[in-house]
Design a protein around this ligand. Structure first.
Ligand SMILES: Cc1ncc(COP(=O)(O)O)c(C=O)c1O
Length: 399
């Protein structure tokens, strides 16, 4: 893979100067994504699925094509199983509010969930829906404890596929098999997985899967909820209204089948069309290639950071288990200080804080961490800039 050629596809990188390592928060977008959104706004800025004039028809066709592209990217058996949402958070909330969980039912997560896969269940506790946590060690799920935590009351296992803190990936196939043996549905939060590693929801046999398009080189403000046909059929939509209806009378309504049933109101057509371009761009590179590239960068970063005694890395030592994420702390410095110093002194942009995983950090007495997160457009020079920046920071502030 030619990283130099890939970097050329990203306007911010062509401009030069900055090292962008905050892709777990939001990835950069290549020209093809920006151009397809621009094309929608300039050439056919109409609404899809309603009007029948030529511009509207083009929107409908391009939305369908985008749905097919996302469907292929995640291995969905049908594009009808792909629902566009506002973001990954809304996809999870759709399930939390629509699954019809009752008092006495329980939801099982890991102990390292993003708030988006934590707060919706916390809220349901107020209605008597129970909650259990499966422990992780260094971000790795303990499968025995997971199995022990299951009983017939666990209606849903909802777990992060790849952690936004440690970068570790769940043994998804085993989790699904064990949960299904218990009669539980499984949802995986794929916000940090899709666009970085191959995923095949059909092979995994997972019931529900969520995606954050803004983290897979796509536009901001878009997510995806994948669901097996029979699971989506039984799910109550989060909102209803225009676009979701087959026919309505003053006192009755017949909702459309999925996915339209879940897509109320005019949609973010530019973003949906851009998402299709992002999926095509990633497919052309190959998700195996993306994963391998991120792993090799993470290995290089680990060997540089591990040589600095004041630095401790979160998660497993083996960088190949941490995807494109390297979270770390510097003795004596707060994580926000680390991020600001790196920006100011080295032009390296990373994230800091608790990364929306408050319970995990608080339960371990940690105030947060610095997180460098990489994608296909990062290279070894970026790794060196970050590591050099940390070395300089340590000699200035910590010695
Ligand atoms: C693991 C994980 N889940 C869910 C989310 C929420 O994604 P979105 O911003 O698309 O709602 C994030 C965002 O950082 C995440 O890292």
């Amino acid at each position: 893979m030619d990283v130099r050629r890939i970097r050329d596809d990203f306007p911010l990188l062509r401009k030069g100067g900055l090292v962008y390592m905050d892709s777990a928060c939001q990835s950069l977008k290549p020209d093809v994504v920006i151009e397809s959104m621009d094309r929608y706004n300039r050439e056919f800025p109409a609404c899809g699925g309603r009007s029948v004039h030529r511009l509207a028809n083009r929107v409908s066709i391009e939305v369908d094509e985008s749905r097919e592209a996302i469907s292929r990217l995640i291995g969905s058996p049908s594009p009808d199983s792909v629902v566009f949402t506002k973001n990954c958070t809304e996809a999870i909330n759709t399930v939390a509010k629509g699954l019809g969980l009752r008092p006495g039912d329980r939801v099982l997560t890991t102990d390292i969930e993003h708030n988006s896969n934590h707060i919706p269940w916390l809220r349901l506790q107020e209605q008597g829906v129970g909650r259990a946590y499966s422990p992780t060690e260094d971000g790795i799920l303990d499968l025995d404890s997971f199995q022990d935590a299951l009983d017939p009351s666990v209606r849903l296992v909802s777990m992060v596929h790849t952690s936004n803190v440690t970068g570790t990936t769940l043994p998804a196939k085993e989790v699904v098999e064990i949960a299904h043996d218990n009669g539980s549905l499984v949802m995986l939060d794929g916000a940090q997985h899709v666009g970085h590693s191959p995923v095949d929801v059909a092979k995994l046999d997972v019931d529900l899967y969520t995606v954050s398009v803004q983290k897979m080189l796509g536009p901001t403000g878009l997510g995806v909820l994948y669901g097996k046909e029979e699971v989506l059929e039984g799910l109550e939509p989060l909102s209803v209204g225009g676009g979701t209806v087959g026919i309505a009378d003053y006192d009755s309504v017949e909702l459309l089948p999925p996915p339209e049933r879940f897509e109320a109101g005019l949609l973010n057509y530019a973003a949906i069309i851009g998402a299709g371009s992002a999926a095509g761009y990633l497919e052309a590179i190959g998700l195996d290639v993306v994963r391998e590239h991120e792993t090799s960068l993470n290995r290089a970063l680990r060997s540089r950071l591990a040589a600095i005694p004041e630095v401790s890395i979160l998660g497993p030592e083996d960088a190949s288990l941490r995807a494109g994420i390297c979270s770390f702390n510097v003795d004596g410095l707060g994580s926000h200080d680390v991020a600001m110093i790196l920006d100011e002194t080295a032009g390296v942009l990373i994230r800091s804080g608790m990364h929306c995983c408050h319970p995990w950090f608080r339960s371990r007495g940690l105030a947060g961490c610095a997180r460098a997160s990489m994608h296909i457009y990062n290279d070894l020079e970026d790794v060196s800039r970050l590591a050099d920046g940390v070395e300089d920071m340590v000699s200035t502030f910590c010695r």
